[in-house]
Write a protein that binds this ligand. Structure first.
Ligand code: NAD
Length: 472
């Protein structure tokens, strides 16, 4: 049983202003696995004051001083990867292989990418007689979700540190353990007092206090579109910058060439990873109508290989994060059946051998039309929808007919055609044949958000741009 009862403010582990706590439920056992202090607006006040005090000295540090700190963090992070993975498995049910693999490696990847970007980042450039200067925006409020908890903390904290900002982090109340260990890592790495501060607690209390706080200059938020709207509303009177990374319903266009069955199978595996709890998950697979039958049989085969079980073992996927999430997914599966989609794998209820734990059966619907609820709403579970298209124009229309625009995927052998399709998808990142790049920007069009994270592009959210005219 874990117990974390202190916050990290001004370089010290301190008692919260009030003695309120929150309990964390292990989604595999449905039992409480830890207690964490739950903050109040008074804790946010203290943390923001500490970040404000530290801003003048941290923002004046040189590139080399910041690089030294980031490299120290990398060493400490690498030492604690096993601890982070164990915490991830307990708090959100990530299976062993994923927790020790992609989940913690993504965090490390964001750190090494921030170090690389900082080495050469252009903070000042001359333009005619003017000097254009990029300066740290100030005190940042960082609010993160539970689904890729360590990666989504890393992708905010490291660019904020690299650009000379100070910050207050509020991790998700469902995954607070990794936030605590992350803080221990920064403390051990010698991050100066007040530069990084941690307050745990729920969204409507701590997240809202941070969003509205007059001492905070910008908010970087990753989470649901609903909470993103609340945060932007709370931040509006202060005219703060609000960078939002929100939900998605990403299309995966499988072209009519190449290894069709393999491309379908890869799409299923990517969708099911992390129990489908990925903002950019390829949840709408688009296949030629003429090949729907082939797509169904390849998807059935691939879904049958997605083992579900104890995240402490070697299953491909574990439970979903909470009972509420389990119930929401069940109701959407029910809706899909009711609206006339063809259920070709999985379905309602838990897997037979798993009566305890929030386990969802890897589910595939075919013959889905884009007006069905399961094609429009983010399900955030291991549920794939397969839609048919007549030709490329039809595929593009369906792909873009969504209120989201976070990511897109294209798979096919003809690279010229795949590139042309990728250009027409209205989304912040499009992966062609499994393309992946830590240094490329990641963020959403439309209701998927307005920020860009990852690599040097991610620095811009944390910078003000000043024109110094007649400088030369
Ligand atoms: P959530 O919006 O419920 O919570 C996210 C964070 O916001 C938590 O820390 C929560 O405490 C806080 N919060 C909630 N309400 C708040 C409020 N009114 N004011 C301030 N803070 C508030 O989301 P979640 O369930 O933790 O995560 C799932 C969602 O995150 C999905 O919609 C997913 O698509 C999205 N997501 C997006 C990205 C991306 O990069 N675009 C990445 C991962 C997850």
């Amino acid at each position: 049983m874990r117990e974390y009862l202190k916050f990290y403010i001004g370089g010290q582990w301190v008692d919260p202003a009030e003695s309120s706590t929150l309990e964390v439920v292990n989604p595999a056992t449905e039992k409480v696995c830890g207690t964490v202090a739950s903050g109040s607006p008074a804790d946010v006040d203290r943390a923001v004051a500490a970040a404000r005090d530290a801003f003048s000295s941290w923002s004046a540090t040189s590139r080399e001083e910041r690089l030294t700190i980031l490299r120290n963090i990398l060493t400490e992070y690498q030492n604690r990867m096993g601890d982070l993975a164990a915490a991830l498995t307990e708090e959100m049910g990530a299976p062993n292989a994923l927790a020790n693999g992609f989940q913690v490696n993504l965090g490390a990847g964001h750190l090494t990418t921030a170090i690389d970007a900082l080495e050469n980042f252009v903070f000042e450039e001359q333009q005619g007689d003017s000097l254009i200067v990029k300066e740290p925006i100030g005190v940042c409020g960082l609010i993160t979700p539970w689904n890729w908890p360590i990666s989504l903390i890393a992708v905010k904290v490291f660019p904020a540190l690299a650009t000379g900002c100070t910050m207050v982090l509020k991790p998700s109340e469902k995954s607070p353990f990794t936030g605590q260990i992350f803080t221990e890592i920064l403390d051990a790495a010698g991050v100066p007092a007040g530069v990084f501060n941690l307050v745990q607690g729920d969204g409507p209390t701590v997240g809202a206090a941070l969003s509205a706080h007059p001492g905070v200059d910008m908010i970087s938020f990753t989470g649901s579109t609903r909470a993103g709207i609340d945060i932007a509303t709370n931040a509006a009177p202060g005219v703060k910058r609000v960078s939002q990374e929100l939900g998605g319903k990403s299309p995966n266009i499988i072209l009519d060439d190449g290894d069709f069955a393999e491309n379908v199978a890869k799409g299923v595996a990517t969708m099911m990873m992390n129990s489908g709890q990925t903002c950019s998950a390829p949840s709408r697979m688009l296949v030629p109508n003429s090949r729907m039958a082939e797509a169904i049989s390849a998807a059935q085969e691939a879904a049958s290989q997605v083992t579900v079980g104890d995240p402490g073992g070697d299953s491909a996927i574990g439970p979903v994060v909470s009972e509420a999430q389990f119930e929401k997914i069940q109701s959407l599966i029910d809706k899909g059946i009711g609206e006339g989609a063809t259920l070709v794998a999985g379905g309602l209820g838990r897997p037979d051998d798993l009566p305890t734990g929030y386990y969802v059966r890897p589910t595939v619907f075919a013959d889905v039309t884009n007006n069905m609820t399961i094609a429009r709403e983010e399900i955030f579970g291991p549920v794939l929808t397969i839609l048919g298209y007549d030709n490329i124009d039809d595929a593009i229309d369906i792909a873009n007919d969504t209120e989201y625009g976070l990511a897109g995927f294209v798979a096919g052998a003809d690279l010229e055609q795949a590139r042309a399709v990728a250009r027409r998808i209205r989304a912040g990142s499009v992966a062609i044949n499994d393309g992946f790049d830590f240094a490329a920007p990641f963020g959403g069009y439309k209701k998927s958000g307005n920020g860009r994270e990852w690599g040097g592009f991610g620095f811009h959210d944390y910078l003000e741009i000043k024109g110094m005219l007649g400088y030369t």
